[in-house]
Design a protein. Structure first.
Length: 275
């Protein structure tokens, strides 16, 4: 009994320590957003600001960055990427899992190959394609790389393959064609997996930084992740303003996570991905 109690206490100590380590950068960001320039440069390092009433950093961040426009661009990017991932991945996954057509295995192998190579390989071709159709510096440019999701296709293909064939046979007996079977039978059954894909697509889109900086050099068409880069100066950077801007950008996702944490946890469990 004593040994089990020691193991229990030790496990909680390790988990609490790990949580503190992971949360410390967030708390440091919040604390730094209230520090003056002098407090940021102090040696030895000062952890807490002299006053939490100092909002100068937030004022500078709001003056330098059009947050409302960036929020709108971010929401449009997330909505576009989620919509494309859900629609195209579900159709492609169903096709690879249930339909028979020439070169199916070869095409699915290409999908798997895309998952195995770094995404940075596709940046130059994607940029050139957007340049050819004059769609750089647009919201569409933010959505373009995620029009098709190899991860989503693989995830939903595995889910559709796990379903019994009797479902389709019953639908065919009821007079359903393949499209009706997909819409009326398969999609409702796999809605939890589709929701998981939507959650992770939204998270990946929210955190995307490299592509928005490459595809857009106009601040008015950037999402939050890239728009905050304007606070990075060439010769001097007000770290307090950068931290304040990061806090402003983090608050919406933090609120969404608090309200929808059950769905986030279910999504992680559904896909088998360890967070």
């Amino acid at each position: 009994m004593q040994k089990k109690r020691q193991i229990h206490v030790g496990t909680h100590v390790i988990l609490i320590t790990g949580s503190i380590i992971m949360l410390f950068p967030f708390f440091w960001m919040v604390l730094s957003s209230f520090k003056t320039v002098g407090e940021q440069m102090m040696i030895p390092m000062r952890i807490f600001p002299s006053s939490f009433e100092n909002t100068e950093n937030f004022r500078q961040a709001l003056d330098a960055v059009p947050f409302l426009r960036l929020y709108g661009n971010t929401l449009l990017m997330i909505a576009g990427r989620v919509l494309c991932a859900v629609i195209f991945s579900s159709m492609a996954g169903y096709g690879f899992a249930r339909l028979q057509f020439p070169f199916k295995n070869l095409l699915f192998g290409i999908v798997l190959l895309q998952m195995m190579v770094p995404g940075q390989i596709f940046i130059v071709p994607q940029y050139m394609m957007l340049s050819k159709i004059n769609m750089l510096n647009t919201v569409f440019a933010l959505v373009f790389p995620a029009l098709v999701s190899a991860f989503g296709t693989f995830l939903l293909r595995q889910q559709y393959m796990s379903l019994p064939k009797e479902l389709e046979e019953a639908a065919i007996l009821d007079g359903c064609n393949p499209w009706q079977t997909f819409i009326k039978i398969m999609v409702p059954i796999t809605k939890s997996t589709i929701a998981s894909l939507a959650i992770f697509t939204a998270l990946f889109a929210w955190k995307d930084l490299m592509w928005p900086l490459i595809a857009n050099n106009d601040l008015n068409h950037m999402p939050l992740s890239a728009g905050l880069s304007v606070l990075q100066g060439v010769c001097h950077t007000n770290k307090g303003a950068m931290m304040a801007g990061s806090v402003i950008a983090t608050v919406p996702m933090l609120v969404i996570y608090i309200l929808c944490q059950k769905q986030f946890i279910e999504g992680i469990a559904q896909t088998g991905i360890k967070g």
